[in-house]
Design a protein around this ligand. Sequence first.
Ligand code: GUN
Length: 296
Amino acid sequence: MAAILIDGKRIANRLTEQVAVGVADAARAGWMPGLAVVLVGDDPASHVYVRSKGKQTVAAGMRSFVHHLPSDASEVDLLNTVDRLNRDPAVDGILVQLPLPRHIDGGKILATIDPSKDVDGFHAVNAGRLATGDKSGLVPCTPLGCIHLIKSVRQDLSGAHAVVLGRSNIVGKPVAQLLLRENCTITVAHSHSRNVDSICRGADVLIAAVGQPEVVRGSWIRPGAIVVDVGINRIADKGASRLAGDVAFAEAREIASAITPVPGGVGPMTIAYLLHNTLRAAQLRRVSRGAHTSLS
Ligand code: GUN
């Protein structure tokens, strides 16, 4: 029997509507969350993502600030931009779109973002909070989206074996932490792992986040597994181009019990959680400012 298709678009729309309700509450109380997105250079895919983030931020009722720096902007230019946004009270969330041009040290930039405005959850303070089970931090958007999609088909993940393919700071490591929080047993496989196909066959939950089109074959999937495909790869196909995930979808859907499509699976969830994180950052920052006010 073919797998259930997990409809990321529908689930993301529902989450975005909930965020919009929170934003409307804020507006009634006289304030508005703001998200600043910084884009350096001319990467076409990044431009598409940034435009979409800006549009959806405004649609949810929040303020959107987009800062576009030229591809030859210096590291100091970008550090100065982040510094200004850190100090701007209208900005609750800051996202520096990755990848950055090679002459800029991405780690240095991410370390400069105020952790209370780090809606990507990439700052070491937020990564550390996630790793230590401290729920007060901001958590990366794509991993939050993955867990939400998995839980739409299986609420209790306790004891499940989750295999994560990929160990990036953006997806692999944080999604492994979140699955651990759900009491899963975790295996993280990566480019140096041996027998990856057989590791995958042990997975009740399989998250593919390697950025290689259709590497995960149907034969790698345990019958009845839940498969989450994080990959968005553009490939040539019959003289045209199309988007492909990291999973060979047509094969996998015959074996899995539930699977996310590409597009329309994880992608929409990432933006929905960006809006969610921006509202949350704004709420937390107001609470902490209120606490300071009452102390002074
Ligand atoms: N580039 C691809 N995915 C992401 C993401 O989640 N955050 C940022 N900042 N850049 C990205």
